[in-house]
Write a protein that binds this ligand. Structure first.
Ligand code: ADP
Ligand code: NI
Length: 222
């Protein structure tokens, strides 16, 4: 629809949005409400451009994609339960709840040990989440996350890890600059949709420029 034109919004989506806003408010690790808002926007943009997918499922999954995130919950079980309980409180069909849960469970990077996706709705949401991890926003989020975790900006002594288990990725020693080589620079080749691949080009280039400048300034002459 045209911008500004009246757009009908499924009341359940408004309910989901309120829940996500409340859950993510006040986060300082890069998983605040605005991350969720951008992922929703990007996922819907991808669906629109590709002319594919169930928009309701895409929007709902984007809004809920970080609810069970281990980083935002006491433990893995708790997050999954929270999502399930919330979905069960909504007037949705069983198959819709299942679809949303499956998509949300399939989004995460897991240190490169992520699952292959089969459904367009999941691809749109995962691509959107990854686009928000790269570019200028991605850079800002990496340092916000690193600061919150107490990891250094950069540590030249640390090795750059190539193959990691999910556990090593989550809890291993790293720096925010290392994170670019462990994840952020790899993302452009792990996208599914043509629309996201196109958007990723500029964002990827911007990160390369940033790193070049960073090392130039890091290697101060004397
Ligand atoms: P996903 O949400 O796909 O599981 P992550 O949890 O790895 O992805 O990342 C969520 C956000 O936090 C991303 O912006 C990511 O770049 C950032 N992030 C994750 N781990 C680190 C880290 N060790 N250092 C800096 N940023 C990180
Ligand atoms: Ni996310």
């Amino acid at each position: 629809a045209k911008k500004g034109a009246f757009m009908y919004k499924h009341p359940v989506l408004l309910q989901i949005e309120l829940f996500a806003r409340a859950f993510h408010s006040g986060d300082a690790s890069g998983h605040d409400w605005h991350h969720i808002r951008r992922v929703r926007g990007l996922a819907l943009y991808i669906a629109e451009k590709e002319e594919k997918g169930d928009r309701f499922i895409i929007e709902a999954s984007a809004l809920l994609h970080d609810i069970p995130d281990v980083k935002l919950n006491a433990d893995n079980q708790k997050g999954a339960k929270k999502l399930k309980a919330f979905l069960n409180s909504l007037p949705l069909a069983e198959y819709q709840k299942e679809q949303i849960q499956n998509i949300v469970a399939s989004i995460s990077f897991k240190g490169g040990n992520e699952t292959e996706l089969l459904h367009f709705e999941a691809m749109a949401v995962r691509d959107a989440d990854r686009l928000d991890a790269i570019g200028a926003i991605g850079i800002a989020r990496a340092f916000a996350y690193g600061g919150k975790k107490g990891q250094p900006l950069y540590d030249p002594e640390l090795p750059v890890r190539k193959q990691m288990t999910e556990e090593e990725y989550r809890n291993g020693k790293t720096s925010s600059i290392h994170h670019f080589y462990e994840k952020l620079l790899l993302l452009k080749d792990r996208l599914y949709t043509e629309t996201a691949k196109k958007l990723a080009e500029e964002r990827h280039y911007f990160m390369e420029q940033f790193l070049q400048e960073f090392f130039k300034e890091w290697n101060v002459e004397r």
